[in-house]
Design a protein around this ligand. Structure first.
Ligand SMILES: Cc1cc2nc3c(=O)[nH]c(=O)nc-3n(C[C@H](O)[C@H](O)[C@H](O)COP(=O)(O)OP(=O)(O)OC[C@H]3O[C@@H](n4cnc5c(N)ncnc54)[C@H](O)[C@@H]3O)c2cc1C
Length: 326
């Protein structure tokens, strides 16, 4: 019978993605509540150092798949490698973060096992031996509880922020197993990444986000928010109308048709808090909102709120933080 939990570790040229630790935290929680061991899998070329780093976590083992065709990501090679790891490890669950890369190759792997993929989950509960995964549907209007039919492997991805990376528990040194794979069927050859891809910001990795909405009124005023982001060492983001108007590029959009983020601090400036925006940021650690409308729904989820004109509050806030930071 299948047993254990396999957790996929994503990285960029050997640098661990923060969301992978969230997946490890999820896998460890599932493991402790169902009495199953957790194995991490690292795919790449020359990423032994990362496998070593992962071995420091409380895991039964780390599987390192080292292959020249895994040096640069292709869905072809990743799917083939992951399929072979899953067949060899025969886990009951395969847990991953719901990143762009995972979204690209993981459904293909699940399909090869004739299984579905329970995607973009925000929660997991274990009760009476039954595991339930919760995912948002209808643009966040409803939560659906999903459980598997008992057949393994069960492929699951978690939304960024569903678990905290610092919840991943360290251990006393897990063994590393090198696993050979046959990628002769993988035909894709990656080319150099587009320049745009290189420049694109990945807001999921940012600790502080200053987001602007329609309340900012004009493209020129975004400089005010930029100053706040700068003193906080954070990144700028926006609601959809701002990106639709091309005041900021699309990779800065937060929400159901943009990025899902969970920074430690999210400051929403002149953002009403439409559900399509909230689903992209509600897992943030601390949410601060400035809005002149006391009824704005953003205040329902804000930890701190300033009801007032952002053009009055923002320069003062920036100045005070600048003073504090010396
Ligand atoms: C299929 C679909 C997908 C969508 N996807 C996304 C998405 O990914 N991301 C997203 O953000 N939206 C998305 N939307 C749009 C979403 O429904 C909202 O229209 C949008 O989020 C509103 O943006 P906003 O809060 O900036 O603007 P508004 O709703 O117009 O809010 C502006 C706010 O600024 C405040 N304000 C105005 N002036 C000031 C001032 N001087 N000082 C302080 N506050 C002020 C106002 O009180 C108001 O609350 C989507 C919609 C659909 C239908």
């Amino acid at each position: 019978m299948s047993n254990g939990i396999l957790v996929f570790i994503e990285h960029k040229s050997g640098a661990l993605s923060k969301t992978s630790l969230e997946a490890v935290a999820a896998a460890q929680k599932l493991g402790s509540e169902t009495g199953q061991s957790v194995t991490a899998v690292v795919l790449g070329s020359g990423v032994q150092a990362l496998a070593q780093d992962m071995a420091a976590y409380d895991l039964a083992k780390v599987i390192n798949v080292d292959h020249s065709q895994l040096a640069d990501y292709t869905p072809d090679a990743y799917a083939a490698a992951m399929e072979q790891v899953v067949r060899a490890a025969d886990p009951q669950y395969v847990l991953m973060s719901h990143t762009y890369l995972v979204r690209d190759f993981a459904p293909k792997v699940a399909a090869r096992f004739g299984r579905g993929l329970i995607g973009d989950c925000i929660r997991m509960t274990v009760a009476g031996g039954k595991v339930t995964f919760t995912r948002r549907i209808f643009l966040g209007k409803l939560d659906a509880d999903v459980s598997s039919d008992g057949q393994s492997p069960v492929f699951v991805t978690f939304q960024s922020g569903a678990f905290r990376p610092d919840q991943a528990v360290k251990g006393s040194g897990a063994p590393i197993e090198e696993m050979p794979v046959d990628l002769s069927e993988a035909r894709m050859k990656p080319e150099a990444p587009f320049q745009e891809v290189k420049q694109a910001v990945d807001l999921t990795k940012t600790d502080v986000i200053v987001a602007v909405g329609r309340g900012i009124k004009s493209k020129d005023n975004i400089a005010l928010a930029e100053q706040l982001a700068e003193v906080l060492g954070g990144d700028l983001a926006a609601s959809r109308p701002i990106c639709d108007a091309e005041w900021l590029p699309i990779d800065r959009q937060i929400g159901s048709s943009g990025q899902t983020v969970a920074p430690r601090l999210y400051i929403a400036l002149g953002i009403s808090g439409a559900i399509q925006h909230l689903v992209g940021m509600k897992n943030s650690g601390t949410i601060v909102a400035i809005n002149k409308d006391p009824e704005a729904p953003i205040f329902d989820i804000a930890d701190y709120g300033i009801v007032g004109d952002l053009f009055e509050a923002l320069p003062v806030l920036t100045e005070e933080i600048r003073k504090l930071k010396g």
